[in-house]
Design a protein around this ligand. Structure first.
Ligand code: ZN
Ligand code: ZN
Length: 247
């Protein structure tokens, strides 16, 4: 039981950490700097840790920038205001995401596609299904070996879709449930406590929409952006670097 709980917990936390720190705060928003080599290391780590449902960084960044630009309008790829339930929203997000990967999605604003750090050969490999099925097989074997009873296998499908599931939780609840610090944004973004206890800062959507380039998503004394604090040591040792001060 301990092995399965540890595997599930570590997979959830580390997937979310790389999702938030790398895909969201770096690839989509470039809130800080990293070297080319560090970018490649983060690309591989994010892929391996997210596992079977690893998200394509370029498609993720475009999807996310579309969300910021068209927040909660019909052009938003994942607004709960435009869908009857979370599954319909996820289906629409998946369709837009796939169209972006195939470069078939019409993007009107060219700025959305610009300055996205990209490692094309690795992304081509990462999009393949064979390594994803292999990772699913490894996860299945872990459960087969360590699950104390068949009921534990209900956690397995969650681990197969962790990346998109974490995105959907943030996108649905972060624009539907919670309190508002800033009312002048023209969207439905919310700060969703206490659900943010499992999303480590990402559910301060109202704060993040107010200041999309601010690295710390917590704006009030009672808010805590876990990813912001956990990533601090990476800045202290120079793996990640703050943006240069504007002249
Ligand atoms: Zn949002
Ligand atoms: Zn964002």
């Amino acid at each position: 039981m301990e092995v399965i709980l540890t595997f599930f917990g570590l997979h959830w936390f580390l997937s979310l950490f790389f999702h938030s720190l790398f895909l969201h705060r770096y690839v989509s928003h470039q809130m800080y700097c990293m070297s080319e080599r560090t970018f490649k290391v983060f690309s591989v780590l994010t892929y391996l840790i997210q596992g079977p449902s690893a998200l394509n960084p370029r498609a993720y960044a475009i999807l996310h920038r579309l969300h910021h630009k068209y927040s909660d309008t019909p052009d938003d790829p994942h607004s709960p205001m435009q869908h009857a339930n979370i599954f319909r929203m996820m289906l629409r997000t998946y369709k837009v995401y796939q169209a972006i990967i195939k470069r078939e999605y019409p993007i009107q604003d060219t700025a959305i596609e610009q300055q996205i750090p990209n490692w094309e050969s690795f992304e081509r490999f990462a999009n393949r299904w064979v390594p994803r099925f292999l990772m699913m097989g490894i996860y299945f074997l872990v459960y087969l070996q360590f699950a104390p009873s068949p009921i534990w296998f209900v956690l397995l499908p969650i681990q197969f879709v962790t990346g998109p599931l974490q995105g959907a939780i943030v996108n649905w609840f972060g624009h539907k449930v919670g309190y508002v610090n800033y009312r002048d944004l023209g969207d439905h973004s919310r700060n969703t406590l206490p659900l943010d206890l499992i999303t480590f800062g990402e559910l301060f959507q109202n704060n993040h929409h107010k200041a999309p380039h601010r690295f710390n998503f917590a704006h009030k004394w009672f808010e805590l952006d876990v990813v912001y604090w956990v990533s601090k040591p990476l800045f202290w040792v120079g793996v990640l670097k703050p943006l240069p001060a504007k002249a």
